[in-house]
Design a protein. Sequence first.
Length: 389
Amino acid sequence: MTPQQQAQKVFIDQFEYQPQVLVYAPGRVNVIGEHTDYNDGFVMPCAIDYGTAISGAKREDSIFRVYAADLQQWDEFDLSQPIKPHFDAAGDYKWTGYVRGVVKYIQEKCPHFKTGADLAISGNVPLSSGLSSSAALEVATGKFCQIVGGLDLTQVEIALIGQQAENRFVGCQCGNMDQLISALGQQDHLLKIDCRSLETEAVPVPQGVAVMIVNSNVKHDLVAGEYNSRRQQCEQAAEFFGVKALRDVSIAQFKQHEAELTALDPIVAKRARHVITENQRVLDAVVALKQGDLQQLGVLMGQSHVSMKDDFEITVPEVDYLVELAQQVIGDSGGARMTGGGFGGCIVALAPQEKIEAVRKNIAEHYEKHTGLKETFYVCHASAGVSVL
Ligand code: GAF
């Protein structure tokens, strides 16, 4: 059953009447440009064909009753009262933070929004795997509120409200990539996003090229992880260069001051090197994709992975190994790298479709033997962003 069908079925089971609204928002995989979004830089993700659906209906009062079908958990809050967190430090009921946070910041933007609703949520984005299940839930919630409340909000505004929920309500200082791609994704395209101007450019996935995702099944958790500290280190580096964000530092400028910054703080210097070079790799990857140059794309993805491993220090050995296994088969016909926030999660590989089975086989033969963990392999399709069905 799809998340859409599941959400509708569960709504009827739990609320015992017919839903009026069905929205769906996808997760994402980032092909290149990691930890560049909160540095005002460039990213190039695509939305994937895994996502979160909300089936719901407007109520006459101001109560939000929410049922998370996959977790079999309830939440309830009143839109006429200040909205407060309901989750605990151990991460229990964390999902409620994404829903409550979005409603809270929608109210900040649209203070008249007091429309209560019943909601059933269901999704199939693997949790804690770096494929943005949280952004999918935030964007789906924002879209749902827009529809039931008749609110004048753009897709970009919905995405940025989702980011605020994460930053100010849940406490993860994430950038804007995941919510933007969940809102703006385009079928069969990657989206180059300028995370400062919010300009986007759709770049077609070349004909015959597969987007593979392999989950290491090493769980990552952005709040508990070191994500926020990476962001701080980037801010320190920007301060050193006297700029608003690392986006404003060219590779030449970095090289000129690299020794000085390294002497001052070698860790901060490495973090800056990753972000500054990664921004350029995104721009180069756009050119490579447009020219159908998969070999060059593979080189850039490989460099991106090494940079995340050595300079940003966000990969884990299991993920490094998955990249190695994928690269062994792909050779110079495409590329592979870690995707997402890091500290576990998934790799992404782009290669001609004929390579899919060989990549799958090489990983199946070696990964579990070597790590004791079983991978999960997905072939995904670049998909459209949030929709009302
Ligand atoms: C996570 C964050 F939520 C994004 O904003 C982004 O920084 C990403 O990690 C790393 O590129 O998904």
